[in-house]
Design a protein around this ligand. Structure first.
Ligand code: TXA
Ligand code: MG
Length: 332
């Protein structure tokens, strides 16, 4: 059932559903989440079951404000606090050392916890309402509301399509950011970028004075992030990434038969193929992120079997979009 997330009655109903241990489709500024009370192990187990997600992939705990951090994290390094001050509420998740009894099922028993304070007004209203309940719900675990390995949802309709009408979904409109939050591991003394997103490597460096390392620059490490599995975010069609010249050659070779092929391009292209779908990618990275997952879903819906995408620039602002496209291509 989809409820209007802008109505107070819907927000209250959603908070009480979370308190009872039920699941909720929750809009955030990045993507829609499949939410449950972080400290209710049975409720959290339902998230893993509904998504078909392996239990050793930890979930992000969403909090109403930075005061709630102390319920989940043992300590907050100085550079992490600077990132919180700069980017919360917003699309940034921090991995912090976990308090022993907090969010156990949600973190798969790992000694760290992922915390995020979303900026979407409906998410903020739900999290605030949760804190006012008796007993309160302090943290809300929410992975993206898609089946494991699939494209993340950016509208309430995507969530209902994926999980059916029995799930309560708050409609908060189309997501502004469109790709999942940036994840920074703050448990290693220096910031480590686990998943790129709208908060870029450059933004992080400006806020805390430290250039984040990539996972690959670290010695062998344990936490596993499903957003970091190579084949992820995959549409049904096969995705191929090409530069502008390769893309034009592929179209030239193709000739006149273009059905089942969708092209997402940045440079001007020529094609005489019949039935081909050509869509231009927005010129700005933030705009491209916003429409990325919806576009992949549209291509699936029109029956594309091949999706050819022009590789975005190799700059920090495009890192999040590039990352999601590379994963989608690796899945094929
Ligand atoms: O934008 C987002 O972050 C969205 C919205 C709903 O907030 N959520 C989201 O959740 O993308 P999910 O579960 O699809 O991705 C969370 C990622 C996973 O790859 C998970 O493994 C990683 O965060 N993660 C969570 N806790 C972690 C931890 N303690 N250590 C390492 N990685 C962690
Ligand atoms: Mg996900």
């Amino acid at each position: 059932m989809i409820l209007d997330g802008n109505l107070d009655a819907s927000v209250q109903a959603a908070a009480r559903a979370l308190q009872r241990g039920e699941l909720l489709g929750l809009p955030t500024e990045t993507v829609y989440g499949l939410a449950a009370d972080s400290d209710n192990d049975a409720a959290v187990a339902q998230i893993f079951a509904a998504k078909g997600r392996p239990a050793n992939h930890p979930l992000i705990v969403h909090v109403a404000d930075s005061a709630a951090i102390t319920r989940y994290a043992k300590e907050v390094p100085v550079f992490a606090q600077q990132l919180i001050d700069a980017f919360w509420p917003g699309p940034l998740t921090l991995i912090l050392p976990r308090l022993p009894h907090a969010a156990r099922a949600s973190t798969g028993g790992q000694d760290s916890v992922g915390l995020r304070c979303p900026s979407h007004p409906v998410a903020r209203a739900v999290l605030a309402a949760c804190q006012r309940l008796e007993p309160p719900v302090w943290g809300v675990s929410a992975p993206s509301a898609n089946k494991f390995g699939r494209v993340s949802p950016t509208t309430a309709r995507h969530v209902a399509d994926e999980f059916g009408d029995a799930l309560l979904v708050l409609d908060g409109g189309a997501c502004e950011v469109g790709i999942e939050s940036t994840i920074v591991d703050c448990t290693r003394g220096v910031p480590v970028l686990l998943r790129p997103g709208a908060v870029t490597r450059d933004d992080i460096e400006r806020a805390c004075g430290l250039r984040p390392l990539s996972k690959e620059e670290l010695p062998a490490h344990t936490p596993r992030a499903s957003g970091t599995l190579l084949a992820h975010y995959a549409p049904n069609a096969k995705v191929r990434l090409m530069d502008a010249r390769q893309l034009q050659s592929a179209l030239d070779i193709l000739g006149s038969e273009g059905r089942h092929i969708a092209v997402y391009h940045r440079s001007p292209l020529r094609s005489t193929a019949q039935g081909i779908t050509l869509r231009a990618m927005p010129a700005q990275a933030l705009d491209a992120a916003r429409e990325l997952f919806g576009t992949l879903r549209d291509f699936d819906e029109i029956g594309a079997r091949l999706i050819w995408i022009e590789t975005p620039p190799d700059t920090a602002d495009w890192e999040g979009v590039r990352d999601r496209l590379q994963r989608a291509a690796a899945a094929g």
